[in-house]
Structures are given as structure tokens and as C-alpha cells.
Design a protein around this ligand. Structure first.
Ligand SMILES: [Zn+2]
Length: 307
């Protein structure tokens, strides 16, 4: 990983030219400073502008002649609706990223896992092959788990609580904005949550609960709450490690930099190495973070970020 130079933080006029990912990856590994200085960033505003100017639903990002196997609407408050598209192979690698998140949270074979999130969230659609066409194996299939999904609307909190009561999942993944209504429902029913789940995982696209909010909910709900970072435009997932408290990054799937800003923290720039058909190269996310050295006490040598 590297820190981008200030001069690199300019926006290219041709942001979505097709790149040879293998060559780019070798360059990022060998000369990260040159990579940061010469490869243009991609922004959400560019994606919206490209869609408006071209009328192409994929914002000129889909470069294959054949139509994509799957298309997902991106969850952004942009000027227009944005979409990403994947081939089956890419979809399956994306699901492997979610599988790694599940494994880091300690989910293993035979566990039940509940998801309180929209169908357009990768946390939902990558969970099981029964949820998504062309997905050979979702995270639950790879691990041998039973997933159960509840749509991520606040008014479905009662059903989420009933899933917790009756299914007793090891973990509940839930949208950060559903945490408050979920907690209210738990308190209304005087439910002792720790008797039903080991932990919660709060998920939000390009955002997250602050540490203070998390601590407050942990205290009131009586179970650990971990966070999972998403940047859907770059098909990026990074889990908060229960051992070191930092977010682990898998360098075989992603290259992460921070944008040039004053001080240590900056916005994360994400390059996706597996999305070849709808590329995300140096995508400028809204996630403010600090890059940390590898060295998780749990033994992994993954790069890590503090967010
Ligand atoms: Zn760790």
C-alpha cells in the first residue's frame, strides 16, 4: 500500500479507459508511488456524469460486447441511479470476499447467519446461491452455513427480532440505519439479545457507525458489534477484525491507498483486481481512514486500515 501524492489527485478526462489489470497490478506492487502518480482516479460524480451524458446504464464502464450476467443497482444518493455489472466469474470472486469477511468474524460450518439488509446489498446477494442467479457459491455455501435474509427496511425490525428469537443465528448482519429501530424493538420486548446471537455486524455503503455510536449500542444491547466496510462502486468489502480492531484488506483482491490530504487520514482509494469487465481503478470513496501496517495479533499479514 502507499500514500498517493497530491499531484495524482486529479481527475482524468477519460476515466473509464479499459486497463490491463494484470499489468496495472504488477505496477502497483512494484512502484506504488508511480502507480498513484500516473493512474487517474475515478469518482462517483464521474459515474453519474457519464451516465447522464451517454444514457448508458453502466456509465460507460461495461466494456464487453455481450450483456452482463448480473446487474446491481448501486446504493448511492447520486443525481441518477447507478449500476454495476458483473460476469459470473467476477460475481463468484466477490462472494469469496464476503466469505472471507464471514470467516474473520468467526463464522464456520453449521452456523446460522441472519441478514437484515436490502437485496441490493452485497451482504445479501453474495450470501447464497439461492439468492442470486449465476452465483455458483455464496458465502454461506462456501462455508456450509444457513443464511436467512430479512429486507433492510426499518419497519421490518420486529421481523428481524423474531428471526433472532426463532432462528438463533450466530451473527446478525444489519444495516447501520436499522440498528436504532432494531435496538428499540429489542428493548420493547425486553429481550436478552446475548442469549440469541454472539454478535452483530453493522454494515453501511461508504460509511460506518462511529466508534462512540458502536460503543453505545454495544452497551445497551449487551453484545459485541463489529463493522463491515463497503464501497459498492468498487465492489469492495473489508471487515473489522475482532482481534485487532482494524479493517483487514486482501491484497489479492484490492489495492487500497488514501487520497492526498493534510494529516494522516484521507479518503480511501480502492482498486479492484477482480472486476475486469466493469473496472474500478483508484475509485475515490467517501471512507475516511488511516492506512496501518500489517501485523494483526491473530496472525494475519493483511494490510489494515483504521476507520
Ligand atoms: Zn486483525
Amino acid at each position: 500500500m502507499n500514500q498517493a501524492r497530491a499531484k495524482s489527485d486529479t481527475v482524468s478526462e477519460t476515466p473509464f479507459s479499459v486497463r490491463d489489470l494484470r499489468a496495472l497490478r504488477a505496477a502497483a506492487r512494484r512502484r506504488p508511488a508511480d502507480f498513484a502518480a500516473t493512474v487517474p482516479m475515478m469518482t462517483l460524480e464521474q459515474l453519474a456524469a457519464a451516465k447522464i451524458a451517454s444514457g448508458d446504464p453502466y456509465s460507460l464502464r461495461w466494456r464487453k460486447k455481450t450483456p452482463p450476467r448480473v446487474t446491481f443497482q448501486l446504493e448511492y444518493d447520486a443525481e441518477v441511479s447507478l449500476y454495476t455489472a458483473l460476469e459470473a466469474k467476477e460475481l463468484n470472486i466477490y462472494a469469496e470476499a464476503l466469505r472471507r469477511c464471514w470467516s474473520l468474524f468467526g463464522i464456520t460450518k453449521g452456523d446460522r447467519v441472519a441478514i437484515f439488509d436490502y437485496g441490493t446489498s452485497p451482504v445479501s446477494y453474495l450470501a447464497s446461491r439461492s439468492f442470486t442467479p449465476y452465483l455458483a457459491k455464496g458465502a454461506a455455501d462456501l462455508l456450509g452455513c444457513l443464511p436467512i435474509c430479512n429486507d433492510g427496511a426499518a419497519n421490518l425490525s420486529q421481523r428481524a427480532v423474531e428471526i433472532v428469537r426463532f432462528v438463533r443465528p450466530r451473527l446478525l448482519f444489519l444495516r447501520a440505519d436499522c440498528l436504532h429501530p432494531f435496538a428499540a424493538e429489542i428493548h420493547n420486548g425486553a429481550l436478552r439479545l446475548a442469549s440469541y446471537v454472539d454478535a452483530l455486524v453493522a454494515v453501511e455503503n461508504e460509511g460506518m457507525l462511529t466508534a462512540a455510536e458502536r460503543d453505545s449500542y454495544q452497551k445497551s444491547l449487551g453484545v459485541p458489534i463489529y463493522r463491515l466496510l463497503r464501497a459498492d462502486a468498487a465492489m469492495f468489502l473489508a471487515p473489522e477484525c475482532p482481534s485487532c480492531g482494524l479493517f483487514h484488506i486482501w491484497p489479492d483482491l484490492y489495492h487500497v491507498e488514501r487520497s492526498a490530504q493534510e494529516g494522516r487520514a484521507g479518503r480511501l482509494l480502492v482498486t479492484n483486481w477482480f472486476a475486469g469487465s466493469c473496472q474500478a481503478i483508484r475509485y475515490l470513496s467517501q471512507i475516511e481512514a488511516v492506512l496501518e501496517r500489517p501485523g494483526c495479533p491473530a496472525g494475519s499479514q493483511h494490510p489494515r486500515i483504521r476507520a
